[in-house]
Design a protein around this ligand. Structure first.
Ligand code: XMP
Length: 509
C-alpha cells in the first residue's frame, strides 16, 4: 500500500515547497487545507503542520483538533504549526521582541534526537515569524536554539511530536532537507520508495481497475501534461484511449504535422482534426484579447464535442490536470477565490457530462517531466517551452488573419531555430515572437518599405507567475533580426522586449 505524509496547510506561501521537498526524498505526500481534513487511513504515516500568515494569537486563528493526531501519528509543526501545537498544549506564544526573519544559526543542537541527527553545529536555518514561543509546557524539551530564539525546535517527551520555528523547506536552511529526511525516515519510518517508476506502475494498475473496458477521449495539445497523461492512459488501456489533436490554425510553423507524427510514433490512437477555418471564421474582426480567448475556447469545445460524438459509447474524459491546479481549487482560501471562467453559455457540451479521469492530478510539473522521461517520451517534447492555449492569437495584437498567422509563424520559427542552434533554448523558460499591428518605414535596396514590426520575447521564470527578460547575446539578436527581415515578407523591423513581469506580463495580450 502507498504510504503517505499529510501536510496540513494553514495558508503559508511555503506549503507547496514542503511538499516538493518531501517528494524529492521519494515519499508521497498530499497537501490538505486545515479546514478540509482528509480521511486518515493506515496509509498515513505522519503529519506536517505548515506555517501560516496568521498569528496563533488572533481571535479566529486557523486551528485543528490536536487530539486527532497527537500520539496517533508522528507530527512535525513548522513555524505557525509549531506555535499552534505549543500554545494548544499550554505554552505561550508572544510577539517577537526582535526581528526573527532571515538567516540564523542553531547555536545549540541536541543531536540525540532523531529529528536532528547529523545536523552540524551552527547549522544555518531560515526564520520567518512575527511571533515566538516564549514558554513551553513541562513535558516539552527544547532541542535546538539560536542566539535569539530559545525554542528553535522542541520535542514533546515520550511522543513523536516535534515543532520547529524555522523553515526546513527553503534552501537557506542548509540542512533542512536532512531534517526532513530524519523526520520521514527516523521518526515516521517511511521507506522512500515513491519514485517515477513506482508512480507509473501503480497509476497504470489503478487506471486499469478504474476503467476496465471503458473508452476514454482525451484532447492533446502538444504540451507536456496532456502528452504524459495520454501515454500513461495508453499503457493502461491501449486502443480504448481516443486522442484528439486539433489544428486551430494558431500553432507554430509545422507544429501540427510534426507533433501529430510524434504522437503516432508513440503508438497513440490519435486523430488529427483540421479545424483551422472554423477558428479563423470565429476570430474574424475580433480585436479584444478576452473576446479572442473566449471565441477560441468556444470553438475548441464545439470541435471537441463533434469529435467525441463520433466515438461510440465513450464514458470518460481524460485530462492532464496537475497538482497545482488541484491544490488551488481546494486551497485554504476556498475555491471561490480561484474560480475560473468557462464557456458553457448554452448548457454543458455533451463531453462535459463524461466522467473525468486525471492520471497526473497528484504531480507537480517537474514530476510530470520526470515521469514522462521514464515513460520514454522524447526530451524534445518534454523540454518544450510553455505555449498558451489560444496560441498565436494572443501573439498577434489586434485582429487575426491567416496572412498574419503565416508571417508570425515564419518569424517565430527563425527565432526558435536560432535559440536551439545557439544552445540557449533550454536556458530560456519561454520564448516567442509577437506580431505588432504597427507599420514603420524602412528601406530595402532602393525601395521605401512600410511594413509591420516583430517583437521578440524571451523570459526566465520558475512558474510563469513572475519573470525577467533574458539577456540574450547581441550577436544572436542581430542574426535573428537579419534573418527575419531578409526572409519574412511583410516585416521590416524587429524589436526586443526588455520588460519583466510584473509589471508587464509574459504574453502581450
Ligand atoms: P502571462 O502573459 O499572464 O503568462 O504573464 C503567464 C503564462 O501563462 C501563459 N498564458 C496562457 N496559457 N491560456 C493558456 O493556456 C491563456 O489564455 C494564456 N495566457 C497566458 C503564458 O504563455 C505564460 O506561460
Amino acid at each position: 500500500m502507498l504510504e503517505k505524509i499529510i501536510i496540513l496547510d494553514f495558508g503559508s506561501q511555503f506549503t507547496q515547497l514542503i511538499a516538493r521537498r518531501v517528494r524529492e526524498l521519494n515519499v508521497y505526500c498530499e497537501i490538505h487545507p486545515y479546514n478540509h481534513l482528509p480521511e486518515f487511513d493506515e496509509s498515513v504515516k505522519g503529519i506536517i503542520f505548515s506555517g501560516s500568515p496568521h498569528s496563533v494569537r488572533e481571535e479566529n486563528a486557523p486551528s485543528v483538533d490536536l487530539s486527532l493526531f497527537h500520539n496517533k501519528y508522528p507530527v512535525l509543526g513548522v513555524c505557525y504549526g509549531a506555535q499552534f501545537i505549543a500554545q494548544s498544549m499550554g505554552g505561550n506564544v508572544l510577539p517577537s521582541k526582535i526581528r526573527e526573519y532571515g538567516r540564523a544559526n542553531l547555536s545549540t543542537i541536541n543531536n540525540d534526537h532523531e529529528l536532528l541527527k547529523g545536523l552540524t553545529d551552527n547549522s544555518q536555518v531560515w526564520m520567518s515569524h512575527g511571533d515566538t514561543i516564549s514558554e513551553v509546557p513541562e513535558n516539552f524539551e527544547v532541542i535546538a536554539s539560536t542566539d535569539s530564539v530559545r525554542v528553535a525546535a522542541y520535542h514533546i517527551k515520550n511522543t513523536q511530536t516535534y515543532g520547529i520555528q524555522f523553515h526546513p523547506e527553503v534552501t537557506h536552511s542548509l540542512e533542512g532537507k536532512l531534517l526532513l529526511d530524519n523526520f520521514l525516515v527516523q521518526v515516521c519510518g517511511l521507506s522512500q520508495n515513491w519514485t517515477p517508476n513506482s508512480f507509473i506502475e501503480t497509476t497504470i494498475s489503478d487506471l486499469q481497475n478504474k476503467l476496465g473496458d471503458d473508452k476514454v477521449v482525451l484532447g492533446l495539445s502538444g504540451g507536456v501534461d496532456s502528452t504524459v497523461a495520454a501515454v500513461l492512459l495508453n499503457k493502461a488501456i491501449g486502443k480504448n484511449l481516443y486522442c484528439i489533436f486539433v489544428d486551430n490554425g494558431l500553432l507554430r510553423k509545422n507544429e501540427f504535422e510534426s507533433v501529430l507524427k510524434q504522437y503516432e510514433g508513440m503508438g497513440l490512437n490519435v486523430k488529427g482534426v483540421d479545424a483551422k477555418q472554423r477558428f479563423y471564421d470565429a476570430l474574424a474582426g475580433l480585436k479584444d484579447p478576452e473576446a479572442k480567448r473566449k471565441a477560441i475556447g468556444r470553438v475548441f469545445i464545439e470541435v471537441f464535442d463533434d469529435e467525441a460524438h463520433q466515438i461510440e459509447n465513450v464514458k470518460w474524459l481524460g485530462q492532464g490536470t496537475i497538482y497545482p491546479d488541484v491544490i488551488e481549487s481546494v486551497s485554504v482560501k476556498g475555491p471561490s477565490a480561484t474560480i475560473k471562467s468557462h464557456h458553457n453559455v448554452g448548457g454543458l457540451p455533451d463531453f462535459m457530462k463524461l466522467k473525468v479521469v486525471e492520471p497526473l492530478r497528484s504531480l507537480f510539473k517537474d514530476e510530470v517531466r520526470r515521469v514522462g522521461k521514464n515513460l520514454g517520451i522524447a526530451d524534445e517534447l518534454l523540454g518544450r517551452h510553455p505555449f498558451p492555449g489560444p496560441g498565436l492569437a494572443i501573439r498577434i495584437l489586434g485582429d487575426i488573419t491567416p496572412e498574419k498567422v503565416h508571417i508570425l509563424q515564419q518569424a517565430d520559427a527563425i527565432y526558435i531555430d536560432n535559440l536551439r542552434s545557439s544552445g540557449l533554448y533550454d536556458k530560456v523558460w519561454q520564448a516567442g515572437a509577437i506580431f505588432l499591428p504597427v507599420q514603420s518605414v524602412g528601406v530595402m535596396g532602393d525601395e521605401r518599405t512600410y511594413e509591420n514590426v516583430i517583437a521578440l520575447r524571451a523570459v526566465e521564470s520558475v512558474d510563469g507567475m513572475t519573470a525577467d527578460w533574458c539577456h540574450l547575446p547581441y550577436e544572436l539578436l542581430a542574426k535573428i533580426s537579419n534573418e527575419i527581415i531578409n526572409n519574412v515578407k511583410g516585416i521590416n523591423r524587429v524589436v526586443y522586449d526588455i520588460s519583466s513581469k510584473p509589471p508587464a506580463t509574459i504574453e502581450w495580450e
